[in-house]
Design a binder for this molecule. Structure first.
Ligand SMILES: Cc1cc2nc3c(=O)[nH]c(=O)nc-3n(C[C@H](O)[C@H](O)[C@H](O)COP(=O)(O)O)c2cc1C
Length: 384
């Protein structure tokens, strides 16, 4: 959709557009399929593009899928108390277990089928420069438009020193990003794990190494529950479990906080880099909140698993309606617009004290008139 001026009588207003350019890539809208089951083969990726998703980040691939062995069950849902709604979702799924050769074929075919759409490869490798360079070169030769580096899978892969094991170590992360940046000819986003205290630190390390953008967040390490009959934790595989990754709407406030923290840091230190917000997004209004907190794009994984690919249409409509209501023509018009309103608790106390004092205090001598609270002071001297 293109922004255009519409005239009614003497007034003229602009139709908002969701189209956006990030790191040189053209997105018809900011809604991106996050790496996971909704981008796990060409069939489903094609479905996503046909339904109107702005881009697809494919399921994370590695060079040797034979080392990736999944278990069943690997998901567990947290339901609302009335049992009607999925509010949280645990997975102990690994990265893609499909052979790399097949993925390369599918990346090529996907770009033949959808030459104008943005296809991003999510990649993960062991801590070896040759492996990271090889996976980057083979994926970009297949025509992908960009990369997301998965430094964030919280289960299984860290046992092989991959995924979150790298994302938790700023030094290793910066080194690996450096290897990738020397090989990549397309934009690279580094995907952060939330399972750390200060998410700005690994984000800064990735940006220092030259990555064009940050994606945040991946899933939060969790234990879904313990069965009170069997006393075994769930999801139980042969009676045992391992902590997994928590996603869906319950993680949204944490994701929004982390996106805000990264955006604040990027605004000061890396103002031209991009940010992709992820975590529990299921509506256009929720996407708007992530953009107000500094995101350029938003990603959805569990929301698609719950509602199907079609959910992108109402999301786009709701985001456009929000923009129209506020007279925003483009996403840039409101990106980061809420960031100035985050401050410290001490500052909140100071502001509140100031407001109360200004409200209550009547001017006793002319020297007490203040430029900031002149109207309140006048009001305080008025008859009720
Ligand atoms: C079943 C499942 C599998 C996932 N697999 C991957 C993956 O292969 N690579 C990756 O970077 N993130 C993976 N994720 C994480 C999502 O991309 C996303 O960061 C996270 O789920 C939070 O977003 P959401 O609440 O919209 O799902 C997976 C998530 C789920 C639920």
């Amino acid at each position: 959709m293109i922004a255009r001026k519409v005239g009614i009588g003497r007034q003229s207003y602009s139709m908002p557009t969701l189209a956006t350019k990030v790191d040189g890539l053209n997105f018809p809208n900011p809604f991106i399929i996050a790496s996971g089951p909704p981008g796990t083969n060409l069939n489903v990726i094609a479905k996503a593009f046909k339904e109107g998703w702005g881009a697809v980040i494919a399921k994370t691939v590695s060079l040797d899928a034979a080392k990736v062995i999944n278990v069943t069950p690997r998901y567990a849902k947290l339901m609302s108390r009335d049992g009607r709604e999925v509010v949280g979702w645990e997975n102990i799924e690994l990265i893609s277990d499909r052979p790399f050769k097949i993925w390369i074929e599918e990346f090529k075919r996907c770009k033949e089928m959808f030459p104008d759409r943005v296809l991003i490869a999510s990649i993960m490798e062991e801590y070896r420069q040759d492996a990271w360079v090889e996976i980057v070169e083979r994926c970009q030769d297949a025509g992908v438009d960009g990369f997301e580096l998965n430094f964030s899978c919280p289960h299984g892969l860290p046992e092989r020193k991959m995924g979150a094991a790298m994302g938790e170590d700023c030094e290793i992360l910066e080194e690996v990003c450096g290897w990738v940046m020397r090989a990549a000819r397309t934009p690279v986003w580094a995907k952060m794990t939330p399972n750390i205290t200060r998410i700005e630190e690994p984000s800064r390390a990735a940006l220092r190494a030259g990555c064009q953008g940050i994606s945040a967040i991946n899933t939060i390490r969790c234990v879904m529950g313990i069965n009170l009959q069997t006393l075994r934790p769930e999801p139980a595989v042969e009676g045992y479990t391992t902590p997994g990754g928590f996603s869906s709407k319950a993680i949204r406030p944490i994701a929004l906080r982390m996106v805000m923290e990264i955006a604040t840091m990027m605004g000061r230190e890396f103002p031209s880099r991009s940010l992709s917000g992820i975590g529990g997004i299921e509506s256009g209004g929720e996407a708007a909140q992530f953009i107000l907190a500094g995101a350029d794009t938003v990603q959805v994984c569990t929301g698609v698993m719950k509602a199907g690919y079609e959910c992108v249409k109402p999301m786009c409509e709701e985001l456009l309606a929000f923009m129209a209501e506020h007279n925003f023509e483009t996403l840039a018009d409101f990106k980061g617009k809420s960031l100035p309103y985050f401050t410290t608790h001490a500052d909140l106390v100071g502001r509140q004290r100031q407001r109360k004092a200004a409200q209550k205090k009547a001017v006793a001598a002319d020297g007490e008139w203040s430029a900031d609270s002149f109207a309140q002071q006048s009001d305080a001297l008025s008859r009720e």
